[in-house]
Design a protein around this ligand. Structure first.
Ligand code: FES
Length: 208
């Protein structure tokens, strides 16, 4: 929520509560993905950048694919017009979400060769670039965990400098994550996105 809405809720929660209850009830017969897509469209229509980013992230978290989101924007063309669709697309591109890259947007998940396991010491963490995506790799004994470098809050691409010991802190709103589990341990509530892994012939692969 914006600072302004937070303020109004604080000082006139009795009145604003009705508004939020209305918003909640008005979509109760829709599945979460449909609600998310409608919310994305309304934020583009109002051209509220933070709201668009917030609902876009939520839509991805709830399982909407990038192509579904783009289709929703294109279908809303009669209401949005081309200028607002381009406005939203510019923001999408600035956000650098790997799933929207031309390389990944229509690709089937496949195994990606990340590195030789021996190049990582037990307990070490490394940020690795692989095509359109960067990941954090954590080695624990003979197994490895692989997490998307994008924050589950608003998809900020978290740099390697954000790592202190085994804690990763997103620079945008300071959500903290335990790199051993991917769990969010402070401020937020969503874990890092983890990828399926396998080790073959001493090399670590992750699937996306
Ligand atoms: S984008 Fe908000 S904490 Fe990462």
């Amino acid at each position: 929520m914006s600072d302004a809405l937070n303020y109004l809720v604080e000082v006139r929660g009795d009145a604003l509560g009705h508004y939020f209850k209305f918003l909640k009830d008005s979509g109760k017969h829709l599945d979460p993905k449909t609600r998310d897509l409608i919310s994305v469209i309304t934020k583009v229509h109002a051209q509220t950048e933070n709201g668009f980013k917030q609902y876009l992230t939520r839509a991805l978290r709830d399982g909407c694919t990038p192509l579904e989101i783009i289709d929703a924007l294109l279908m809303a063309f009669p209401a949005l017009g081309l200028a607002k669709i381009v406005w939203a697309t510019d923001i999408l591109l600035e956000m650098g979400i790997p799933e929207f890259s031309p390389e990944l947007i229509a690709a089937q998940p496949q195994w990606r060769d990340l590195m030789a396991v021996a190049d990582l010491a037990d307990g070490e963490v490394r940020r690795v670039d692989c095509g359109a995506r960067s990941v954090f790799v954590y080695r624990e004994g003979e197994s490895c965990k692989v997490y998307d470098s994008h924050c589950p809050h608003q998809v900020t691409n978290i740099p390697h400098l954000a790592l202190e010991g085994l804690t990763l802190t997103c620079p945008k709103h300071q959500w903290k994550f335990d790199i051993r589990t991917g769990d969010c341990i402070e401020k937020g509530k969503h874990p890092l996105k983890a990828f399926e892994t396998k080790i073959e012939d001493g090399r670590l692969f992750a699937r996306w």
